[in-house]
Design a protein around this ligand. Structure first.
Ligand code: ADP
Ligand code: ZN
Length: 735
């Protein structure tokens, strides 16, 4: 069995991700495995691929009933036989599924852990043809984990009741203690152990001070029109406020929190899943049930409680591997607010752990080190490169500044008001604000009043935050903390020490600009992309599945870059396997072909050499782009002219011209003089040499009406087939 061929044929991927191949091979060898993989790491493929090869059914144990249908839909779209068994089915449906299972009908059967716990169920499985068991979210079996589910304990009986059936356990979060616990409880036998890196290279991490939270959020949303995003807020009230704010500005945003009616919550989640709502504003209650792969940004409007949470939540961005933005907005004031909640915990151990977690989170937000390095450090991973190329620190840089005078202004205001006020009042004094409180207290007569009015409130808040994090100040009391000067702070106040701090250089205050996460990002045609996106939406609606089940954003982006017009070419696109090609390919090919016909000036990017072995070349039942090219070629060979071919085929002549260009590039010997006047060929060749081959427009413009795009397509094809583009020199200089 050629695994790579199978990978290409079913999933349309050309390579495995970290550890996938090892795990697949272990399963095929009927060995137990234990895999730690970050969200988006590609767990499903690890069991779906062997399930497609092995005899019998793979049981997939998954805790989230709400996700099962999407998982089944996704597997079915890949051409696998998948079913589910949970309490949402009627008893006759359940009976039917069980009968099919006995009959060996499924490659995959998704079931909930409760199901396995039902009396007699394991007994029934003994007679079913099974291949192996895959356990998702395996940490739910451990009381040491953060998400213990008693139902999972039933899985402990699997090894005993069904000896010889291999088990693969997956988790995205596992400390060593949880890890040992999982292996012990499942009684895994000498399992293959893998742990993938927690690095998510396509995520851009950014941290910003919060001032006008809704404005800041809106700026990001506005910079990602038509792109899905999640906004996390700490409180339900803030969720509602932010959602309403965005709605008022015309954004399709929906709220999600535990206070909403179950039905409303499910409806909102579903709308988001199906690309009907652009943004979900949610508390952390939102997430476990989200499988959507094309989330392009995740914003935290408040400081999360732990790095673990931050990582999981940001991890929901960019699961398709395409660039995505993770923006954390925070203010120092979040710390006392969160600490206040943690202080309410009665369990001493929990309280301590909570505070440690919060402290690490705050450090992350405040320290001027590469965010990626810091995230990975949390998971005990060393990050190699000096510059990650995808975080605010690495991209914008950090500047050291001497802020001694500023610190003195702040601490002098605190000093003169005897440490009886909080940050916002101190900022008001320094900025010379005319609030009722200032007037009442006579603080407008203080010597420090208004000394910093040339700077914004945000600036002074920032200085206070820095002074807090560097130990010049402490805040005491909650939930309305007061600022006090520490002994270190006094050293600075009385001029015996300097206060050196840093700030992140931001070229412009634009949270929206999503930096390119990878240097080799493909240029693509946004207009075609949005057409294909609409097509995907319409087709998904008809098929009653979420759009990302059809093709991921990454697939669409490649399509709008390489613009494949034949099934062979479409099969080269990331995420296009045999079944998807057959079921959904044709409308996409048609859409691309007609787009090209209507936009003669557009030139597709050249597709890199195929890595697909010949025997996995696609089959396609219906009439297709390959046949279309073939048909054109036959008419050319029969000696017909451009317009005749077009008429005969019922296509536009511009389409035939692009066919000829493509046939030439494929190395077909088309006699050019039949289609383009020799003089025009010569002139155009010179123009291409001058302007480069990446655009037709400059060439056609320079011809001043003596020839058009049709001719340009054909001449370009001829020149490329003759190897002109490889001469370098003038290549692409026109762009
Ligand atoms: P998780 O580990 O969170 O369950 P998934 O299995 O949903 O992750 O996979 C995340 C995304 O990665 C999916 O969109 C999937 O199509 C993609 N993916 C998985 N394996 C590969 C691969 N080998 N090459 C390219 N994309 C992959
Ligand atoms: Zn970095």
């Amino acid at each position: 069995m050629n695994l790579y061929a199978q990978l290409q044929k079913i999933f349309g991927y050309s390579s495995f991700r970290t550890n996938q191949e090892e795990i697949v091979k272990a399963i095929l060898a009927r060995r137990d495995s234990f895999a730690v993989m970050p969200t988006g790491g590609g767990k499903s493929l690890c069991y779906q691929l062997p399930a497609s090869i092995m005899d019998g059914t793979c049981l997939v144990v998954s805790p989230l009933i709400s996700l099962m249908k999407d998982q089944v839909d996704a597997a079915t779209a890949f051409g696998m036989k998948a079913g589910l068994l949970n309490s949402t089915l009627s008893s006759s449906q359940q009976f039917e599924v069980l009968t099919r299972l006995q009959g060996g009908h499924y490659d995959l059967l998704y079931l909930s852990p409760e199901r396995l716990a039902l009396p007699g169920f394991l007994e029934r499985l003994k007679t079913a043809p099974l291949s192996f068991v895959a356990i998702d979210e395996a940490h739910c079996i451990s009381e040491w984990g953060h998400d213990f589910r008693p139902d999972y304990l039933a899985l402990s009986a699997l090894k005993h009741e069904l000896p010889g059936l291999p088990i693969t356990a997956f988790t995205a979060t596992a400390t060593h203690r949880v890890q040992e616990d999982i292996i012990h409880r499942l009684a895994l036998h000498q399992p293959l152990m893998t742990r993938a890196s927690f690095d998510r290279p396509n995520l851009f991490y950014q941290v910003q001070l919060r001032d006008q939270v809704n404005d800041q959020i809106e700026a990001v949303v506005a910079a990602h029109p038509d792109e899905a995003g999640i906004v996390y807020r700490l409180s339900r009230a803030d969720v509602e406020k932010t959602a309403a704010w965005l709605q008022k500005r015309g954004v399709k945003a929906l709220p999600y929190h535990a206070g909403l009616d179950n039905m409303v919550r499910n409806r909102n989640q579903e709308a988001f899943n199906r690309d009907e709502a652009q943004v979900v504003v949610a508390t952390v209650a939102f997430g476990m049930g989200i499988d959507k792969s094309n989330v392009r940004f995740v914003i935290h409007g408040d400081l999360p409680k732990s790095m673990e949470g931050y990582y999981q939540e940001t991890g929901r961005a960019g699961r398709d591997g395409e660039p995505a933005l993770c923006l954390l907005l925070y203010s120092r004031g979040d710390y006392p607010r969160l600490k206040f909640f943690i202080d309410q915990l009665t369990d001493e151990r929990e309280r301590k752990a909570g505070l440690t977690q919060l402290g690490r989170m705050l450090n992350f937000a405040e320290q001027p080190v590469c965010r990626r390095r810091a995230v990975l450090h949390y998971f005990d991973e060393q990050y190699g490169p000096d510059n990650c190329g995808a975080c605010d620190i690495c991209m914008h840089g950090v500047q050291t500044v001497d802020a001694t005078t500023h610190a003195q202004m702040i601490s002098s205001a605190i000093y003169r008001t005897e440490g009886r006020f909080g940050a916002s009042h101190i900022v008001d004094i320094v900025c010379g604000a005319k609030t009722a409180r200032i007037i009442d207290l006579g603080h407008d007569r203080l010597k420090t009043y208004g000394v910093g009015k040339d700077k914004s409130k945000r600036f002074w808040r920032n200085i206070i935050d820095r002074m807090l994090s560097q130990g010049l100040l402490i805040s005491v009391g909650a939930p309305y903390p007061l600022l006090r000067i520490t002994t270190t702070g006094e050293e600075v106040l009385f001029g015996r020490e300097k206060f050196i701090t840093h700030h992140i250089v931001e070229e412009k205050r634009n949270t929206g600009s999503l930096a390119k996460a990878s240097a080799d990002e493909l240029p693509y045609d946004p207009q075609l992309f949005s057409l294909l996106r609409q097509l995907r939406y319409d087709m998904a609606k008809k098929a009653e599945v979420p759009p990302f089940v059809l093709f991921s954003d990454k697939s669409l982006r490649q399509m709008s870059s390489f613009m494949p017009q034949t099934p062979e070419a479409l099969f080269q696109i990331h995420g296009v396997g045999q079944t998807k090609l057959e079921q959904y390919g044709q409308p996409f090919l048609e859409s691309i072909t007609s787009y090209l016909a209507n936009h003669p000036e557009v030139i597709p990017q050249e597709m890199p050499e195929s890595s697909v072995p010949m025997h996995t070349q696609p089959r396609m039942k219906k009439s297709s782009g390959a046949e279309t090219l073939d048909a054109t070629w036959q008419l050319i060979e029969a000696g017909l002219g451009l317009d005749e071919i077009a008429a005969r085929r019922g296509l536009k002549s511009s389409t035939i011209a692009t066919h000829i260009g493509e046939l030439l590039q494929q190395g077909k010997a088309v006699l050019m003089d039949r289609f383009v006047d020799q003089q025009v060929q010569a002139e155009m060749s010179a123009l291409f040499a001058k302007h480069g081959f990446s655009r037709l427009k400059p060439v056609v413009d320079a011809m001043e009406g003596r020839a058009g795009y049709d001719q340009a397509h054909m001449v370009r094809g001829l020149l490329i087939s003759q190897g002109w583009t490889k001469e370098g020199g003038s290549n692409d200089e026109s762009a």
